[in-house]
Unconditional design. Structure first.
Lengths: 358, 350
């Protein structure tokens, strides 16, 4: 920081260069703050806070009753897990449509294990759910990475296959709350420092994946693959391994989401999680992850998921009848895409101007 | 482009026999023949009627969807347009509007929905996958918002019977006539018109298509409008057939349509796919599910079969092209050095 005072003389003749150097003269704290405030994710956070604030002003119990506070944190946790996995897959320029079916399968499996293997420890059931999810995700990954076929088609196929397996397995059977041990169901109600346990699990996952994508070599390679798959191959990245990992992660998180679903709702039918895959993709898109890969963060995707779920709970309070919710959500998704386009265009113009002037 | 070249170096009979379309049609014929001899009542008079009535909405929407996917785009909002058109017919009928007039309004609304998608995708340049996930929620939201959780069911029998009526005494439902007309329109449009050549060009290389004079934006826009109109028509049929207008009608139909289109040999990357393959794909799914139902197998198994067929069909293409590449590499390595240099000179000369 000490030599920054010498720089102005050198760069005075280049106003554009000046502008580029300017941030490095700020203190790290200020710089970090500016990065956060200017980020795409911050705008979603503002919308989210505005929605919560508006609902709270109208009905204070939206935030200040212990039940609502718990619901506010607890309800988004399932979609959040799915959105984190989906974001990683979409960043590699793929998509995973099978997550809803994986969720259904592992949610039913969770209940089935408690019934068929009495005395099985809760943690073993959770691990089983995650492992089955990883396995189903790996099937997607192997087909996409080694078959060199589009993920959209493959995961649409496995969406039907996995759902067909649950439907055939479960039939019209249904897992009820009294089929599962009370200790497991308590996971859905217990809190840690007034934050529900399931939310803590989801947030821990989010932080780990977010840190991995931000700093780890594997994470950065995901972005490289997504922004130009051919270039990634030419550069010598192990694209197959990364894709396998991305799909296994998405499957595993969907598996975890299935376990969370069983703990949260207590009842599981064969239709659990039908259609939630498109919600997960929507959350990722709202969160500013480009649908063609290479940019965006899981923080954004997570905020998108929370916003999507919270807006559904806030709208009735704000006086909008609940059957208009989906229209509002649709409008939200479209405005998010348009906003991304406007921001990208402005960024491109700035860069062109900077290049032309220098 | 090299792909087209290498394809044309094969004899015509081979080109015709080894296409994805032929494979799907062969599979369809095989399943029909097997079912006729092994599945009880499959040759009964009602099987064909119900089969056609069941696949009609999917078949209708699959036609414009094929064109959209051939350009390299996708439309996930079709089932929501079906729902919206269904609700509009119901609400307008409740207010005393005659059905034909309500149907026209629904078709216009479908065109408007399609135009909204088309504008955002073609003229604003947004990715269709993301846009139509948004409008999937938006249009469904409008449908559910207009009618709430109630349903309109008091349609006059004249109209609901029309949707289920057969042509004369045959077991073929009346809906087949508009379907055939639309099939004809789409075959002519896609395979026998300059507009259609443009559609395939856009899918193969959008920029090249632009430079050869194809109006890329207008073509995509029109295809989305067409998809909206046909989806609305499917919605009207759906409503009258079941005699019920509900906001959540046909939820999830979009994935069934896309699965059928892809099964019929249309490439998700755009540029290839034929209408007759898609029709065979839709019918294949219909025949398998009706055969399973007659066999008394739970209908759930159909999900697994559709999924497996879908995965197998794309994997087979990838596997075949992998084998073809390996053979080509082997053949290139085989010739003697002089021959190879002669070939090299030849390519340089070109």
């Amino acid at each position: 920081m000490s030599d920054t005072s010498m720089r102005p003389d050198k760069t005075e003749s280049h106003p554009e260069l000046e502008r580029l150097i300017e941030p490095s003269r700020q203190t790290p704290l200020r710089r970090g703050l500016m990065t956060v405030v200017r980020s795409r994710e911050f705008s979603i956070l503002l919308v989210l806070l505005a929605v919560i604030a508006a609902a709270t002003v109208k009905t204070p119990s939206f935030l200040f009753s212990s039940n609502s506070w718990r619901d506010l944190l607890l309800t988004p946790s399932i979609l959040l897990l799915l959105a984190v996995g989906q974001a990683v897959v979409i960043i590699t320029r793929n998509v995973d449509l099978s997550v809803g079916s994986i969720l259904g399968l592992t949610a039913y499996l969770t209940g089935r294990l408690f019934i068929d293997v009495p005395g099985l420890p809760i943690i073993a059931v959770m691990v089983a759910g995650i492992l089955v999810g990883v396995l189903l995700g790996l099937v997607n990954g192997v087909l996409v990475a080694f078959g060199k076929v589009p993920a959209l088609v493959i995961t649409l196929g496995t969406l039907y296959i996995y759902r067909g397996i649950v439907l055939t397995w479960a039939g019209s059977n249904r897992i009820n709350a009294d089929d599962m041990p009370a200790g497991f169901l308590r996971l859905g109600t217990k809190s840690l420092l007034s934050v529900p346990v399931l939310t803590v699990i989801a947030l821990v996952v989010l932080v780990i994946v977010g840190y991995y994508l931000h700093t780890a070599r594997g994470g950065r390679e995901m972005y490289a693959i997504g922004s130009d798959p051919d270039a990634a191959v030419l550069y010598g990245l192990n694209v197959r391994r990364r894709l396998l990992f991305a799909f296994a992660l998405s499957g595993g998180l969907a598996g975890l989401a299935g376990v969370v679903y069983a703990a949260r709702y207590g009842t599981v039918s064969s239709g659990a999680g039908t259609g939630i895959e498109l919600q997960a993709v929507a959350a990722v898109v709202i969160g500013g992850v480009a649908i063609f890969g290479g940019s965006g963060t899981v923080w954004g995707a997570a905020l998108g998921a929370i916003l999507l779920v919270t807006i559904n709970r806030a709208l009735p309070i704000l006086g909008i009848p609940d059957f208009w919710q989906r229209a509002v959500v649709g409008a939200l998704i479209i405005s998010a895409i348009v906003l991304d386009r406007v921001l990208a265009a402005r960024q491109a113009r700035k860069l062109t101007e900077a290049r032309d002037e220098s | 482009m090299t792909r087209t070249y290498s394809e044309h170096s094969q004899p015509l009979w081979r080109r015709l026999l080894l296409t994805r379309e032929t494979a799907v049609i062969a599979l369809l014929v095989a399943v029909v023949l097997y079912s006729l001899s092994n599945v009880p009542n499959f040759d009964g008079p009602l099987t064909l009627t119900f089969l056609l009535l069941d696949v009609a909405p999917i078949l209708l929407i699959a036609l414009p969807m094929t064109a959209v996917i051939v350009t390299g785009e996708i439309d996930l909002s079709v089932a929501s347009v079906v729902g919206l058109s269904s609700v509009l017919v119901g609400v307008l009928h409740q207010d005393g509007m005659p059905i034909p007039l309500a149907a026209v309004v629904a078709l216009l609304a479908g065109a408007l929905c399609g135009a909204f998608n088309g504008f955002l995708v073609a003229y604003v340049g947004l990715p269709s996958l993301a846009v139509t996930i948004g409008t999937l929620a938006l249009f469904r939201g409008l449908a559910v918002g207009l009618l709430g959780t109630t349903a309109v069911t008091d349609f006059t029998e004249r109209w609901t019977d029309l949707a289920k009526q057969n042509i004369g005494d045959s077991g073929v439902p009346l809906i087949v006539l508009p379907i055939l007309a639309l099939v004809l329109v789409f075959v002519l449009l896609l395979q026998f018109s300059s507009f259609g050549r443009g559609v395939y060009d856009i899918g193969l290389n959008s920029e090249a298509a632009h430079f050869t004079g194809v109006n890329v934006e207008r073509t995509k826009f029109l295809l989305f409008v067409l998809t909206g109109v046909v989806s609305a028509f499917a919605g009207i049929f759906y409503t009258l057939r079941f005699g019920s207008a509900r906001g959540d009608n046909a939820t999830g139909l979009e994935l069934q349509v896309i699965a059928a289109v892809l099964l019929g040999g249309v490439s998700i990357f755009g540029g290839r796919g034929k209408i007759h393959g898609v029709i065979a794909g839709v019918l294949l799914i219909g025949v398998i599910s009706s055969a399973l139902r007659l066999e008394g197998v739970t209908v759930n198994v159909i999900n697994i079969i559709i999924g497996l067929l879908l995965v197998a069909s794309v994997m087979s293409t990838s596997l075949l092209s992998g084998i073809a590449n390996a053979t080509a590499r082997w053949n290139r390595r085989a010739p003697s050095p002089q021959h190879a240099s002669a070939v090299g000179a030849g390519t340089q000369g070109r």
